[in-house]
Design a protein around this ligand. Structure first.
Ligand SMILES: *Cc1c(COP(=O)(O)O)cnc(C)c1O
Length: 365
């Protein structure tokens, strides 16, 4: 079965086999070699200076990395503006709620590019709670496939001394992220999306300097504690050793295949193959090309076909596609091109949709 859902992704045979390496005690040097290599390679993905940046691993899914970043890096005196234009932006607000972090949301349309004027206005007109120290945003909003304009948001933040926390869970490893930007404080991501690792390992990359004012709001996901112990070749808890094996192997493969830019190019070609062939079948992308990531795209369900029918037909041909989130499943579906997916696979997917469209016309049209 090929996974066209936004993670976990279809693994390469090489990464899958890497999980069959020897069992490791997480208190032995072999494990710490693995942890060190994963952390170094994560920084190398965006050519980051290990003196300035730190990669902090945790055994968890991507949400935990976002939670760890937000709970650890917004100080008690801080105030966070959460930009919300999809389900994952909503989730950041929910995390703030649980930890009683002082925050406000700026709600944006899911179907329009971010309104920078409104974001500026919100930062410039602090309410009764005072000004904002931090802004959180989802880089690639997987809800719709929208790639938010990080550069523009960051410029707004930079001009105001506001620091940026980024959910890059579904963009890290493929989409460009400008780490030279002084406003960028941290990103959170996971092994099992654009990096092509297995689920179970997630991470935060932040400026080392940011940890000086880190806060301890959570026990398991305490970012500063995880950072300190990992720097000492230690770990507080039992890590998912096999997921770490897979992450390291996936990062080696990522580098050998040409790194971040090559992964971007590969996704872009596959996503375009899907988009143009779907369009010829009368299945249209929800967002314009300029607004879309290369990682995942949303499509309108073809007229007369419901999601279950499309899903089951694709599954009978060996593909798992993904529904629109919640109510959106009635009108749209999503195709991710992350993971070990080839152009020949996409060709088969398109053949499957072509025959579905034909039967749809006779059955429903
Ligand atoms: C997948 C994803 C997450 C995290 O999901 P998990 O199920 O916890 O791994 C967070 N943010 C975005 C943008 C995502 O695509």
């Amino acid at each position: 079965m090929l996974l066209l859902n936004p993670g976990p992704v279809t693994l390469t045979e090489r990464v899958r086999r890497s999980m069959l390496q020897p069992d490791l005690c997480h208190r032995e040097s072999e494990f710490f070699d693995l942890q060190d290599e994963a952390r170094a390679r994560l920084l190398a993905t965006y050519a980051l200076d290990p003196g300035e940046w730190i990669a902090i691993l945790m055994t968890a899914s991507g949400t935990a990395a976002v939670e760890s970043m937000v709970a650890g890096l917004v100080p008690e005196w801080g105030r966070l503006l959460v930009v919300e234009n999809g389900v994952y932006g909503e989730r950041i607000g929910q995390i703030c709620e649980r930890y009683r972090i002082r925050y406000e949301r700026v709600l944006m349309s899911w179907w329009q590019p971010l309104d920078m004027v409104e974001i500026e206005a919100r930062l410039d007109t602090p309410g009764p709670g005072g000004g904002f120290s931090h802004l959180a945003i989802v880089h690639h909003e997987t809800t719709t496939g929208r790639l938010n304009d990080l550069k523009a948001v960051s410029a707004i933040c930079r001009a105001r001394g506001v620091q940026l926390l980024v959910d890059a869970v579904s963009s890290f490893g493929a989409e460009p992220i400008d780490f030279r930007d002084p406003a960028l404080l941290a990103v959170a991501a996971t092994a099992n999306k654009c990096l092509h690792g297995a689920p179970g390992a997630a991470f935060v990359i932040t400026r080392r300097a940011a940890l000086k004012s880190a806060v301890s709001r959570t026990y398991y996901l305490d970012l500063d504690r995880l950072a300190k112990l990992q720097d000492q070749r230690n770990t507080p808890f039992t890590p998912a050793v096999h997921a770490y094996y897979a992450l390291v192997e996936a990062l080696r493969e990522h580098e050998e295949q040409g790194g971040r830019a090559a992964r971007y190019a590969r996704y872009a070609a596959l996503a375009e193959q899907v988009r143009s062939a779907f369009q010829a079948l009368g299945i249209y992308a929800v967002l314009s090309l300029q607004e879309s990531s290369v990682v995942l795209r949303s499509y309108h369900l073809p007229a007369g076909l419901d999601y279950a029918t499309v899903h089951d037909a694709a599954k009978s041909h060996g593909f798992v596609i993904y529904a629109g989130q919640g109510e959106l499943s009635k009108t749209m579906f999503r195709i991710s091109t992350m993971g070990e997916i080839t152009s020949a696979d996409i060709k088969r997917l398109i053949d499957c949709f072509a025959s579905l469209a034909r039967s749809g016309n006779t059955m429903f049209g």
